[in-house]
Design a protein around this ligand. Structure first.
Ligand code: ADP
Length: 496
């Protein structure tokens, strides 16, 4: 199972029994009876077995979600949904260490990161508990010549299909479950095939918290299960987090019944460092903005634009910082760089490392996967800093989803704004400067859903997150999150 030398106690959820699907409050096998392996990326060895859910399991889960939506769950008052979310937050907090460790062994994120993510997860459930109490319409004036009252009601959109990736299983699941519970919707959650354990445990905790059976269903499986959800005529909305390519397929598949959609997709985010910035803060900030979670984050600041006078000094410091990050067993608390999630992902990233060199860039840290020593069996890629990068290179244009930063020099503000925006993506961005005018100009001009000034990767349950352009649409987190799960109904009452 996990690396042998380490003393850490495995999560109780890994009890040696194959995991099942959670449908209608019961743990059931996939209709096909098939299972597939979940792999520990630190060792390349099997961690657990998961039920191989397919379209017929999705049908059952959607039917259960519909029954729950129209049945017991519809009777829950806002106050009851608020209490359920608070209970869930409590249970998740109690099991935080286990959930963090599950993600660590399942997808390789170091405990230092997965523990931090658990804090965000608990806070997100609590934040959404408060949102459950704050759903309200408006009374609107009208100019009709008759006497008529017009107002709006907010109503849950119905059955939601949540489709999530592997890069932050517990948090991605939370971003679907929390607004569903706050709004009164029901959910069929399709986890990623690479990492599904913590979402399954979250499903169990929902039941323990008093969420009625059928409100939260969790299905493990591959893309065909996700596709079945996206095209299902009895699903009212899909909330998807994943690649832009798969997002496009989901948009097309959802057309049959014109589902509501929230799309949180890929990115190739610019992080811009001006020469007047506090470089001591910018070096670790920019480095962790890309190397954190081994670059497996949609918001990763993968295009590092550095003003020419400090380009060499800054990139050397980033490379030195990268080399100082401890790479290895992610279950050790001082590890900063764990493995990437899978062999396939490791090979994909390695392809970009080779392409970068072939196109003329130079790696001044990292550059090759680890092939020797005790990490050789796992999927380890050291944090890589490419210099001499040009905008036209594939490493500067395509989302690598690995610990690879492309450092690009620039000469002035308008030029860097144009170049930073010259991407089909628009998820996140960063600006490092001590000049407030520059900070305001750049943050207004970047076409991205988030701009961090003198920081990177700051997140809070109260602040929205979402994309521009091909990074998607709709907001998650913050007050807008639950809005994505609500219809607005206009009511007119004429009276004489
Ligand atoms: P990645 O390439 O990083 O694995 P994807 O966007 O392909 O990311 O996957 C994210 C989620 O989308 C996973 O749960 C995956 O199973 C699911 N998925 C893959 N293909 C499809 C599809 N055609 N329709 C719906 N969901 C899909």
């Amino acid at each position: 199972m996990i690396l042998e030398h380490q003393p850490i106690k495995m999560p109780a959820f890994l009890n040696g029994q194959a995991k099942k699907l959670l449908i209608d409050g019961k743990w059931v096998d996939a209709k096909s009876g098939r299972t597939f392996e979940s792999i520990n990326p630190s060792t390349g060895k099997q961690l657990d077995s998961l039920a191989w859910g397919g379209p017929e399991d999705i049908d059952l889960a959607v039917a259960a979600a519909r029954r729950a939506f129209e049945g017991p769950w519809s009777k829950f008052t806002p106050n009851e949904r608020h209490k359920v979310l608070l209970r869930l937050a409590e249970l998740v907090e109690q099991r935080s260490a286990e959930l963090a460790l599950l993600d660590t062994v399942d997808m390789g994120g170091p405990l230092a990161i997965t523990n931090w993510v658990m804090g965000m997860t608990v806070d997100t459930f609590r934040y959404n508990a408060s949102r459950a109490l704050n759903i309200h319409g408006e009374t609107l004036s009208n100019s009709l010549p008759i006497s008529a009252l017009s107002y709006t009601l907010r109503e849950p959109v119905g059955v939601v299909g949540g489709i999530i990736p592997w890069n932050g299983p517990v948090f991605n699941a939370c971003w679907k479950i929390a607004p569903v519970l706050a709004s009164g919707c029901t959910l069929v959650l399709k986890c990623a095939e690479q990492a599904a354990l913590s979402p399954l445990l979250l499903g169990e905790l929902c039941l323990e918290a008093g969420v009625p059976p059928g409100v939260i269903n969790v299905v493990t499986g591959f893309g065909d299960a996700g596709a079945a959800l996206a095209e299902h005529m009895d699903v009212d909305k899909v909330a998807f987090t994943g690649s832009t390519e798969t997002g496009q397929k989901i948009v097309r598949a959802s057309a049959g019944n014109l589902k509501r959609l929230t799309m949180e997709l890929g990115g190739k985010s610019p992080d811009i460092v001006f020469a007047d910035a506090n470089l001591d803060a910018a070096v670790p900030g920019a480095a962790m903005g890309i190397f954190g979670n081994s670059g497996q984050a949609c918001l990763a600041g993968s295009r590092l634009f550095v003003e020419r006078p400090v380009y060499e000094e800054f990139t050397e410091k980033v490379a030195a910082f990268a080399n100082s990050l401890k790479i290895g067993d992610p279950t050790k608390l001082d590890t900063m760089i764990g493995p990437v999630v899978s062999k396939e992902q490791m090979e994909r990233i390695s392809g970009y490392l080779q392409a970068g060199v072939a196109e003329g860039a130079k790696a001044i840290s990292g550059g090759e996967r680890v092939t020797e020593g005790e990490l050789a069996d796992g999927y380890f890629i050291p944090p890589t800093t490419f210099v001499g990068v040009e905008d036209s290179m594939s490493i500067a244009k395509e989302e690598i989803f690995g610990p690879v930063v492309s450092a690009i020099p620039f000469d002035d503000v308008d030029e860097v704004i144009t170049r930073a925006n010259a991407t089909p993506y628009g998820l996140a961005s960063g600006v490092w400067t001590s000049n407030v005018d520059k900070a305001m100009k750049v943050s207004r001009s970047l076409r991205a859903g988030t701009v961090w000034v003198n920081s990177y990767s700051l997140m809070d349950p109260g602040v929205p997150f979402g994309g521009y352009k091909m990074s998607g649409y709709g907001m998650e987190s913050g007050p807008h999150h639950v809005e994505e799960y609500l219809h607005t109904k206009a009511v007119w009452i004429a009276h004489s």
